[in-house]
Design a protein. Structure first.
Length: 420
C-alpha cells in the first residue's frame, strides 16, 4: 500500500470518527421524545371504552370525563390556566403531577366502567409503581382522588347513558332504522354538555328540502359514488371510504398521542391539550346528536331505494341500491364523523396556533395509514369518505364539520385560558 493510499484511508477514518462524534453530541442535546402518564392513560381509557362498546361518539364523552379530571388535577398542582370544573380543597407544595394524573384517570375510569375493575386495578398498580415513593407521590394521589370525586359528583344526573325513547317518523325524508336494534345512543342528543350552553346551541338549519336542486345533487352524488358496486368510484376512493370505517375514537386518539409525543409536549401541556380536545369532541357529539334526532333525516339506503316518493323529478329510485358498507343505526343529518373530526382538528389548530400540523392516522379496516400536513385536509378526507361509504350526503358532511368547528372555537375561547 502506497503512502498516498494510507493517507486516503486515514482521512476517511477521521471523517467517519467526526460524523460519529457529531451524532453522539446531537443525541446528547436532543430532547427525549416519549409518552407520559397523560398519553398512557389516554390509551388505557380508549381501550376501556372499546371493551365497553363505546368506540364511537359516546366514547368521546367518556374520555372527556377522564381528561377533565386529569386536567383539573394537574392544573391544581402546576397552575397557569383556568379551572375547568372543580378545585381540590388543598394542594400540598411539591405534589406529584404524575401521581395526580394516574389517580384521577383511574378513579374516573373505574366509575365509568365498573365491570372492568380488575383490569383497571392492574393498570393502576403498574402505572403508579413507576413513580418514586414519597410524600410527593402521596400528595399527588390525594389531589387526583379528590378532583375525581368532586368532578364525578358534579356530573351526576347529566344524562350519560339515560334511557331516552325515540319514535322514528314516517314518509319521505324520515329516517327509518337500518337495524332491528334500538336507535343508537339517543341519550347523547339530550345529555348536559361539558362546556357549551345546551345541545341546541349550535343546531344547524334543516337538511335540504326534498324538492330542491341541492337535495337532488346530494342524492345523485352518493347514489353514484357510495354504491357497493359503483363503477365511478376509483380504487383509491374505495380505500378512502373504507379507511374511516374504523371506530373514530381509537383512530383519532392514536393520532393525537403520536402528535403529542412527536412534539415533545410536557405533562402539563398534554393534560390541557387532551382535555380541550375531548371536551370539544364530546360537546360536538352532543350537539350533533341533537341535530340527528331533532331532524330525523333519512339515510341514503332508504332515500335511494324510495327515490320516487320524494317528489323531486331529478331523483330516480333504485330499489336494489346498497352502500359500500353497513349503515350505522342513527339518523343521517349531521355526519358524526364530520362534526367530531371538525371539533378535533379545529382544537388542534386553536391549541398549536396553526393548521400546518403533521398528523398520521391508521386504519385497521384497510391496514393502511394516511399522513396529513394540514388539519383541513383531515376534514376534507372525512367528508369524501362518508360519501364514498354510502352513509351521508355532501351537505350533511359540510355542515357537520362547521358545527364541530363552532363548538371547538367556543371551547377554546371560554375555557383552558391562561390565568391573568
Amino acid at each position: 500500500m502506497s503512502i498516498l493510499d494510507n493517507e486516503k484511508r486515514w482521512t476517511k477514518l477521521a471523517a467517519w470518527r467526526f460524523v460519529l462524534l457529531l451524532s453522539l453530541v446531537l443525541l446528547s442535546v436532543a430532547p427525549i421524545v416519549k409518552a407520559d402518564k397523560v398519553t398512557d392513560w389516554n390509551a388505557i381509557g380508549v381501550q376501556a371504552a372499546l371493551t365497553a362498546g363505546n368506540a364511537g361518539a359516546a366514547g368521546n364523552v367518556d374520555m372527556a370525563y377522564v381528561h377533565i379530571a386529569i386536567y383539573d388535577s394537574v392544573n391544581a398542582i402546576e397552575g397557569g390556566y383556568t379551572v375547568f370544573a372543580v378545585s381540590p380543597s388543598h394542594v400540598p407544595p411539591g405534589a406529584s403531577s404524575e401521581a395526580a394524573t394516574v389517580e384521577a384517570a383511574y378513579r374516573t375510569l373505574r366509575y365509568l366502567y365498573p365491570a372492568q375493575a380488575a383490569h383497571l386495578d392492574a393498570q393502576y398498580a403498574a402505572s403508579i409503581a413507576t413513580i418514586p415513593d414519597g410524600q410527593a407521590k402521596l400528595d399527588g394521589i390525594a389531589v387526583g382522588n379528590e378532583v375525581a370525586i368532586l368532578f364525578l359528583a358534579a356530573r351526576v344526573g347529566d344524562g350519560r347513558g339515560a334511557n331516552v325513547p325515540y319514535t322514528p317518523g314516517t314518509g319521505p325524508g324520515a329516517w327509518i332504522p337500518t337495524s332491528p336494534a334500538p336507535p343508537a345512543t339517543v341519550w347523547l342528543s339530550q345529555m348536559r354538555p361539558f362546556a357549551i350552553e345546551s345541545p341546541t346551541q349550535f343546531r344547524p338549519e334543516p337538511p335540504p328540502s326534498l324538492d330542491s336542486e341541492e337535495w337532488a345533487a346530494d342524492y345523485n352524488e352518493v347514489k353514484r359514488m357510495g354504491a357497493l358496486n359503483s363503477s365511478e368510484r376509483t380504487p383509491e376512493q374505495t380505500t378512502l371510504g373504507r379507511f374511516f370505517l374504523d371506530p373514530g375514537l381509537p383512530q383519532d386518539a392514536a393520532g393525537l398521542r403520536q402528535l403529542a409525543i412527536e412534539r415533545g409536549l410536557s405533562l402539563k401541556d398534554n393534560a390541557r391539550l387532551f382535555a380541550q380536545v375531548y371536551v370539544a369532541d364530546a360537546d360536538a357529539a352532543i350537539a350533533g346528536w341533537d341535530s340527528k334526532y331533532h331532524y330525523g333525516f333519512w339515510r341514503p339506503i332508504t332515500a335511494i331505494r324510495a327515490g320516487g316518493t320524494d317528489g323531486n323529478p331529478n331523483t330516480e329510485a333504485d330499489p336494489t341500491w346498497t352502500p359500500l358498507a353497513t349503515t350505522p343505526n342513527h339518523p343521517e343529518y349531521l355526519s358524526a364523523h364530520a362534526f367530531v373530526d371538525g371539533a378535533w382538528t379545529e382544537t388542534l389548530r386553536e391549541f398549536f396556533g396553526t393548521k400546518k400540523l403533521d398528523v398520521t392516522l391508521t386504519s385497521t379496516t384497510t391496514g393502511t395509514s394516511m399522513s396529513f400536513s394540514k388539519t383541513d385536509d383531515i376534514v376534507k378526507a372525512v367528508e369524501h369518505a362518508r360519501i364514498f361509504a354510502g352513509f351521508h350526503y355532501r351537505t350533511s358532511c359540510v355542515r357537520g364539520a362547521v358545527l364541530g368547528k363552532k363548538v371547538a372555537k367556543y371551547v377554546a375561547k371560554n375555557y383552558f385560558q391562561p390565568v391573568k
